[in-house]
Design a protein around this ligand. Structure first.
Ligand SMILES: Nc1ncnc2c1ncn2[C@@H]1O[C@H](COP(=O)(O)OP(=O)(O)OP(=O)(O)O)[C@@H](O)[C@H]1O
Ligand SMILES: [Mg+2]
Length: 266
């Protein structure tokens, strides 16, 4: 068997927030390997450190212990990584296309390709007509679609997503899940995707990692063996899918109980 090198490697990572007497252990002993092109989902009780872990991976927070390694492809044309947040985070004073051009200018993507990338991706997600609109002139779902395009336009090798669809209604969530899978299938970067929605994690991911309710190693790793491309709605009729949803739900219930017993945020 050929060993596929991991794109993101995390070993024994821990993060403690210390503010005077107050000490919060966000997470501890986290080890994970994400392969190139893998779609990895993280679920876990509220307050178990998912956002902090992504922020450490993005370089926004510094871990207290352990190591993170991004093994990037040398000479690849795109950015090293991009992050998508719960809120779209678009600049309100820039139009849709100006928001995209802004991140492209900061990226290694050659200048002469920017216009074509913006045009193609906006068409791809049905927003070409809105290129000169400002974020306040768009709906929540449309803004989140722009945020998705903004992340993909720099062709990142690693994409970090923190509950990007949490504020969307059910139908918009499905639309965005479909778009995410389509864009990812074209570019195939490594994605780390945090969500509270178990159905979403299992429908999108190659694997789901369950963060523990007490600071410690991942509680479980579950494979989602459904092949690609996937229909995130049709998948719900699959008995294996239903079984995995129940399994992860029960596991999360246990971890939530641990978390409450430990007095972590529940
Ligand atoms: N800047 C900070 N200073 C102090 N403590 C923090 C800071 N950021 C996060 N924490 C603490 O770290 C722990 C983990 O927080 P984090 O936001 O990573 O959890 P989460 O799993 O993303 O939760 P949720 O599912 O509710 O989004 C919490 O106890 C939180 O209070
Ligand atoms: Mg969070």
């Amino acid at each position: 068997m050929i060993e596929v090198p991991s794109r993101v490697s995390v070993r024994d990572l821990a993060k403690v927030f210390q503010d005077g007497e107050a000490r919060v252990e966000a997470f501890a002993q986290i080890t994970l390997e994400a392969r190139p092109g893998e779609f990895l989902c993280l679920v876990g009780p509220s307050g178990c450190g998912k956002t902090t872990l992504l922020r450490c991976l993005a370089g926004i927070e510094t871990p207290s212990a352990g190591a993170i390694e991004h093994r990037l492809e040398p000479g690849a044309p795109g950015a090293e990584q991009a992050m998508v947040f719960q809120q779209h985070g678009l600049f309100p004073w820039l139009t849709v296309e100006a928001n995209l051009h802004f991140v492209l200018r900061e990226s290694p993507v050659p200048r002469q390709e920017h216009d074509a990338i913006v045009q193609r991706l906006l068409e791809r997600v049905g927003l070409a007509r809105f290129r000169r609109f400002y974020p306040y002139q768009l709906s929540g779902g449309m803004n989140q679609r722009v945020a998705l395009v903004r992340a993909f336009c720099v062709q990142p090798q690693v994409l970090l997503m923190d509950e990007p669809f949490v504020f969307l209604d059910y139908q918009n969530r499905i639309v965005l899940q479909d778009l995410l899978l389509e864009l990812w299938q074209e570019q195939r970067q490594t994605i780390l995707f945090v969500t509270h929605n178990i159905n979403e994690a299992i429908a999108l991911g190659d694997r789901v990692l369950v963060m523990p309710g007490t600071a410690g190693p991942f509680a479980r790793e579950i494979s989602c063996p459904f092949g690609r491309p996937r229909d995130v709605v049709q998948l719900r009729t699959n008995p294996d899918y239903q079984r995995i949803v129940v399994e992860v739900t029960q596991l999360l219930r246990q971890e939530q109980e641990h978390s409450l017993r430990e007095g972590r945020i529940g």
